[in-house]
Design a protein. Structure first.
Length: 272
């Protein structure tokens, strides 16, 4: 990182791990600091499946974006987008429709700074440095409105980001607020860490506990609660499943990949 720190905002606490940068490191990225790498190593030491958890989530996002693009969606609002990782949403979307437009929303300052560098010369994509919980600000931002036409269908993405909204009522209301702002034909793409007290729950709770020492703690929620977020929407087959089970590119093994396999639930749904 020594050759990359000149652009990092001066008020960044590089001694405290950030979930976005830990996730970047787990995916093999280089835009992270020593504290992030130490946190990742601590997580892997306790839970070797954490790298798979990150990989499963990223590949789910890729399949979901391509599904939406093939369904005719060319506008994407990626909430809590984290660090840009190849391939990013805009890279995947333009493979299907070169006219695709993407707005990333992230509050982690290193992720924002890195995104600004990457997207400076990319037409049709931009980063909004904002808290996804400030939905009114996000939806009214010149960045958002400069790229997205909210009278036309949009894919609203919350991939492994909503569980950082700790108040469950606030989190559920946030989903509705974004969906209310987009028209029929829009999609919700969501993945969320789950804990139903089944096999692997102890490891999931360890992961949540570790998150409390980072800049953003997370909260695991039940399958029923996550399913309730899709009320009134048309779920795309196969419905609410673990990330690796959502339209996989290769056949799943018959063995259960717990606990990594059972840590993140995911679904894609269309607003009727």
């Amino acid at each position: 990182m020594s050759t990359q720190t000149s652009w990092v905002p001066p008020d960044i606490d590089v001694d405290r791990a950030s979930p976005a940068r830990v996730y970047d490191y787990l995916l093999g990225g280089a835009w992270n600091f020593q504290a992030d790498r130490e946190m990742a190593h601590a997580a892997v030491a306790r839970m070797p499946w954490v790298r798979d958890l990150a990989r499963y989530n990223r590949t789910f996002l890729g399949r979901a974006v391509r599904y939406c693009a093939e369904a005719g969606i060319n506008q994407f609002l990626d909430l809590g987008s984290g660090m840009p990782t190849s391939k990013s949403v805009h890279e995947m979307a333009v493979e299907i429709d070169p006219e695709s437009r993407v707005v990333y929303v992230e509050q982690e300052q290193v992720a924002v700074a890195h995104s600004e560098l990457i997207l400076a010369t990319v037409p049709g994509a931009d980063i909004l440095g904002a808290d996804m919980r400030a939905a009114e600000e996000v939806l009214a931002s010149p960045v958002t409105l400069g790229l997205l036409d909210l009278t036309e269908p949009v894919a609203v993405i919350m991939a492994s980001s909503l569980h950082y909204v700790l108040d469950a009522d606030e989190a559920a209301a946030l989903v509705r607020q974004y969906l209310d702002a987009v028209p029929a034909g829009s999609y919700l793409v969501l993945s969320h860490i789950t804990d139903d007290g089944a096999e692997g729950s102890a490891e999931v709770r360890q992961l949540v506990e570790l998150s409390r020492s980072t800049t953003a703690a997370g909260a695991a929620r039940s399958r029923d609660w996550i399913a309730s977020l899709f009320a009134g929407l048309d779920l795309v087959d196969p419905g609410l499943v673990f990330t690796s089970q959502w339209r996989p590119n290769t056949p799943l093994r018959l063995v259960t990949d717990l606990p990594a396999h059972a840590s993140l639930l995911a679904a894609v749904a269309r607003k009727p």
